[in-house]
Every structure is written in structure tokens, then in C-alpha cells.
Design a protein around this ligand. Structure first.
Ligand code: HEM
Length: 225
């Protein structure tokens, strides 16, 4: 572990690997959540949520790996930022930032920080209640009043306009973070070849469409509860 922290190339590489893992998680999270706006009154969403929420492989293997990945990415991000600032012991006489780097690349720590705030709120909204129901109350049935509870719980969360607003701000920061992060992660693992142009286009599409899709889901439920 100290090797990763002390070598700048290893740090960037580890950061990129955790980023790939989180981007893959985000895609599957989106695919499951988007079923909540299908015109079948939450049937698909309920079935997928129940499978994900009760499958032992997901719960006891994938979920701990995911939580480790989230914490690792944030901690390494902060370490990278501090180390980079210290390495620049003599501050640039003139920071000509906009000329040779984008706003997104210079502000990854801020967009990442806001995503961290979003994740804490998001865990309080969804994840902690889920952990409470299953692991503390011991109720793995997924039922409430004779029906699956997941879809109703989701809709209920997006009634309050302030929460929808906060989530949408979170998704904007997520888009800004991904707009730089996606391609930066590929560069860190040396993916600089004839596919770079296509990869860049794909990265931009991913960075815009996934957060936009999440925003559509939140807004949809706000107007359809
Ligand atoms: C409209 C948008 C979103 C909705 C409706 C939503 C919904 C949910 C729900 C229902 C859970 C609980 C899953 C469970 O444990 O059974 C959850 C967990 C989680 N969400 Fe989201 N989410 C959204 C956006 C996001 C975004 C943008 C991120 C990341 C930046 C994110 C990260 C997570 C994480 C890390 C967990 C805990 C891991 C897990 O599923 O076990 N979510 N979300």
C-alpha cells in the first residue's frame, strides 16, 4: 500500500483502475434504475431490485468490493491532490490555466468533493434504510403490505422538490467529473493509440448521457408520484 502512495505512476494507475470499476458500477446502476420509468408500474424495477438486494454474491462479495472501491477512489483522489500541490513547491509565477488545461481537469477535487457530499446524502436516503431493513431488522422479504416495496420507496424519495434539485446538481458535478475523468483514466493506463479519438468521443457521450439519464429518472418520479 505504501508503494502505491509513494510512487506517482502507481497512484495514477490505481486511481484509474478504481475509476473504471466505478464507471462500470454507474452503468449497471443506471440500467437498473432506468427500469423504474418503464410503463409497467415498477414491475421490472422491483424484480431487479429484489434480485440485487438478496443475491448472496451481490450482497456479500460485490457490495463490500464496491464500498471499498468508492472509499479507495476518494482517499486516493485527496492524496493525489495533496501530493501534486506539494510537488509544485514553487508556485507558478503565472498560472496560465485556461490556455493549456480545461476547467474540469483543474477542478477534479471540487467536482469529486461535491460528488462525495451527494453520495453521503444518497446513502442516507437509500442505502442506510436498506441495510437497516435487511441486516438490523432481519427482513429480507422485500415486501410491504403484500407488495414489493422498492418502487414505492423510490417514488416517495423524489416527492420533495429540494431533494430533486440537490440530486440534479449532483448529476451536473458528476458529468463535469466524468468529462475529464473518463479519458484521463484511459491515458493513465497508457491507452494512447489509434482508438483514442473514438474512445474520447465515447467518453464524452458517457459523461453526458449517464448523468442526464439519472436526472431524467429523478425528475420523472417527481412529476409522476
Ligand atoms: C436518480 C438517480 C439514482 C437513483 C434513483 C438511485 C437509487 C439507488 C438505490 C435505490 C440504492 C439502494 C440499493 C440497495 O442497496 O438496495 C442506491 C444505492 C447506491 N447508489 Fe444510487 N441512485 C441514483 C444515482 C446514483 C449516482 C449518480 C451514484 C454515484 C455517483 C450512485 C451511487 C450509489 C451507491 C454507491 C449505492 C450503494 C451501493 C449499492 O447499491 O449497494 N447512485 N441507489
Amino acid at each position: 500500500m505504501s508503494g502505491i502512495i509513494n510512487s506517482s505512476i502507481a497512484r495514477k494507475f490505481a486511481m484509474a483502475l478504481s475509476a473504471f470499476f466505478l464507471m462500470f458500477f454507474l452503468l449497471q446502476h443506471f440500467v437498473i434504475n432506468v427500469t423504474s420509468i418503464f410503463p409497467n408500474n415498477g414491475k421490472t424495477f422491483n424484480e431487479l431490485s429484489h434480485f440485487m438486494g438478496t443475491n448472496p454474491l451481490i450482497q456479500y462479495v460485490m457490495q463490500p468490493i464496491l464500498i471499498f472501491g468508492v472509499v479507495f477512489h476518494f482517499v486516493m483522489g485527496f492524496i493525489l491532490e495533496i501530493k501534486n500541490n506539494n510537488a509544485r513547491a514553487v508556485k507558478y509565477a503565472k498560472n496560465n490555466g485556461a490556455a493549456n488545461s480545461t476547467w474540469m481537469s483543474r477542478n477534479m477535487i471540487w467536482s469529486g468533493g461535491f460528488i462525495l457530499v451527494f453520495i453521503v446524502i444518497h446513502f442516507i436516503d437509500f442505502w442506510f434504510p436498506e441495510i437497516n431493513t435487511k441486516f438490523i431488522q432481519g427482513d429480507w422479504s422485500g415486501m410491504h403490505n403484500g407488495e414489493f416495496r422498492y418502487f414505492e420507496e423510490l417514488k416517495h424519495k423524489f416527492v420533495a422538490p429540494w431533494r430533486v434539485g440537490l440530486y440534479v446538481v449532483g448529476f451536473v458535478f458528476l458529468a463535469l467529473h466524468l468529462l475529464h475523468g473518463f479519458n484521463s483514466a484511459f491515458q493513465s493506463v497508457g491507452a494512447n493509440n489509434k482508438y483514442t479519438k473514438g474512445l474520447k468521443t465515447f467518453g464524452k457521450l458517457y459523461a453526458i448521457l449517464i448523468p442526464l439519464g439519472f436526472a431524467v429518472i429523478a425528475i420523472f418520479h417527481h412529476f409522476n408520484h
